[in-house]
Design a protein around this ligand. Structure first.
Ligand SMILES: [Zn+2]
Length: 190
């Protein structure tokens, strides 16, 4: 299926969606009713499963997704999104939700760099990047263990100098098949 077919299918569907007012079932505000911000993975299996398994519906939570539910930069866009949710959108707690069988757990940077070259990125570009201090093999690295990765992400958020004090930050790992959650970090002060 070509991209243009994808696009025209989406646009055709969208016209009907709007005409039949299907959006009415999803009307809500930008403020999360459950006052939660969730950081999770872009995995296709979680698109519908995660909200169903955690009882989230439209309007309940802010969701930030990337490959692996990772915060690789304390001053990158994921952490900025967390802070926006907490300061501007009335979120009060953070939950990091990694998942078993995550693609980032088996990501092989060298393999991906090889694919880039095969698909036409020149070796010259690669060496220019390396020479300007971008360590591709480090940047493209995943993690060995999802539980440890979730703990690390929770830790990065908790230690962030701009995090409002007393914000609970929790960590969980979800089964992408059954939706079962394992609690990794309980963020409430005891
Ligand atoms: Zn994943």
């Amino acid at each position: 299926m070509s991209t243009s077919t994808h696009l025209s299918n989406i646009i055709d569907y969208n016209r009907k969606f709007v005409e039949s007012k299907e959006y009415e079932a999803y009307r809500t505000s930008k403020f999360p009713d459950k006052k939660l911000v969730v950081i999770t993975c872009m995995d296709t299996r979680l698109v519908e499963l995660l909200p169903k398994a955690m009882n989230f519906k439209n309007g309940d939570v802010k969701v930030i997704k990337n490959a692996g539910a990772i915060i690789s930069q304390p001053f990158g866009s994921v952490m900025r999104s967390v802070l926006v949710a907490l300061y501007e959108l009335n979120a009060e707690e953070v939950i990091v939700v990694g998942h078993y069988e995550c693609g980032m757990a088996s990501l092989n940077a060298d393999h991906m760099i090889q694919k880039m070259i095969e698909r036409g990125v020149s070796e010259e570009v690669m060496s220019t990047l390396e020479n300007s201090g971008i360590r591709l093999s480090k940047w493209l690295r995943g993690f060995d263990n999802v539980t440890a990765a979730v703990e690390h992400t929770v830790d990065t958020i908790k230690k962030h100098p701009l995090l409002p004090p007393n914000v609970p930050v929790h960590g969980m790992v979800i089964d992408p098949d059954t939706g079962e959650l394992d609690l990794v970090v309980e963020g409430y002060d005891k």
